[in-house]
Design a binder for this molecule. Structure first.
Ligand SMILES: Cc1ncc(COP(=O)(O)O)c(C=O)c1O
Length: 416
């Protein structure tokens, strides 16, 4: 019916690569198979008790049942600003420089909707967390990319980054308005130094673009690495906003709480669009989120330790199974190069085979951009026992792949 009515905006979205792998996973699960699932960055730990208790208490008070404030209750915005002060010694105004959002994804998408004009240009390094570019595309912007280059300890090659960024800015018409950065990076886990932001802020002022920084994994760091904030760079508030989420640090993914802070003009635009679109999160959730940010932070250290231990177990067990991986020092992922023997498959086919033959779900790197195709992203959301089981399955799969390769070689030689 009504074939002439088309949804042009939806056509800007490419085919969702992850959906293909997901469909295989769901089919296998429905058939009763046990799939070891490393595909999504969905924390498996329970939200800390003191936060859940606060939600229960706040949810028992009828005064909290009405519409809330779309940009966040004052106490939560105050807690967000205290979090920045404590962690980064950054001063923020809770009224003009902070917005609480329904998870950082909602905040990001609505910010982009509010600030993008049709035909604007934005730069998003590749690979990327998909919504970083699709939010711009959905809003009518043109996204330009360049390859994110990092070393084997997942430290950004900052010189190459700035060369590529400057080249892309010079080549892009109309002039670039927005640059997205996300460190620790999803999916590659790449990290940066404080100096990176000083240079980026200074370039933004010179070239006149705004920066949107996403530090969703700021707390999940290992081996002494500390995530810097863009606001540690002098004058960053003139040109930047930064987002953070409670999803990862406090295992609150389903609660949908995050925030965006910084530049008044951008924060103001987000506040304004939200005032049209929503009535804010359920107040008890905001009260509990305030306690998460202001309360004891041991839970953050505990969850970080858990991911760190899983990282170590995975590197060791998968390595012994024949799949050597580089060690990340942040985030809840391992960005694993395909084993040599499987490189020719590409990340999508490899992920499908892992699912079907080894009963393991991972995210194919191609889903994060064209420079991701030699990799898969493995989320550390299964326990150590299941990680070791996955390693056993992988060992068998890789052996079979090798035998298959030998078989093909013999057949080919015979034909020759
Ligand atoms: C880099 C990055 N930013 C933002 C988000 C969105 O988090 P949320 O919407 O749960 O706050 C994620 C989720 O995985 C992420 O990886």
């Amino acid at each position: 019916m009504f074939d002439e009515i088309e949804f042009e905006r939806m056509k800007r979205l490419p085919k969702y690569v992850f959906a293909e792998v997901n469909a295989i996973k769901m089919k296998a699960r429905r058939a009763g198979e046990d799939i070891i699932d490393f595909s999504m960055g969905n924390p498996d730990s329970p939200t800390p008790k003191h936060i859940v208790d606060k939600l229960k208490e706040a949810a028992s008070k009828p005064k909290n049942y009405g519409y809330s404030t779309s940009h966040g209750i004052y106490k939560l915005r105050l807690a967000i600003c205290s979090w920045y002060k404590r962690k980064y010694n950054v001063d923020l105004n809770p009224d003009t420089e902070a917005v609480a959002t329904m998870g950082s994804k909602e905040g990001y998408v609505h910010l982009i909707q509010a600030i993008t004009n049709q035909g604007d240009t934005a730069i998003v390094p590749d690979p990327t967390y998909p919504i970083h570019s699709y939010a711009f595309m959905l809003s009518g912007a043109c996204v330009h990319t360049f390859e994110l280059v990092y070393d084997n300890e997942f430290r950004l090659d900052e010189d190459v980054f700035f060369q590529s960024l400057i080249k892309t800015i010079r080549e892009t018409i109309p002039k670039v308005k927005y640059v997205l950065v996300n460190f620790p990076h999803n999916p590659t886990t790449t990290t940066v130094t404080k100096e990176f932001y000083t240079k980026l802020v200074s370039l933004a002022k010179k070239e006149r673009f705004y920066i949107i920084s996403d530090i969703a994994y700021a707390d999940i760091t290992f081996d002494g690495y500390v995530t810097p904030s863009i606001f540690e760079a002098k004058g960053a508030k003139d040109v930047a906003v930064e987002s953070f989420t409670l999803s990862k640090s406090y295992s609150m993914a389903g609660w949908r709480v995050g925030f965006i802070v910084g530049n008044e003009k951008l924060v103001g635009a987000l506040k304004s669009i939200k005032s049209w679109l929503d009535y804010g999160m359920f107040t008890p959730i905001q009260v509990a989120a305030t306690i998460a940010l202001d309360g004891p932070q041991k839970c953050v250290a505990d969850v970080t330790k858990k991911y760190e231990k899983r990282r170590d177990v995975m590197l060791e067990a998968f390595g012994q199974a024949g799949w050597k991986m580089d060690k990340p020092n942040a985030s809840m992922f391992i960005w694993a190069k395909l084993p040599d023997i499987a490189l020719h498959l590409g990340s999508l086919e490899f992920s499908k085979q892992l699912l079907i033959k080894a009963k393991i779900a991972v995210s194919p790197g191609i889903g994060f951009g064209r420079y991701g195709d030699n990799y898969v992203r493995i989320a550390l959301i299964e326990n150590e026992k299941r990680i070791r089981q996955a390693a056993k399955n992988i060992k068998k799969y890789l052996n079979d792949l090798q035998e298959e390769g030998k078989g093909k070689e013999i057949k080919k030689r015979k034909q020759d």
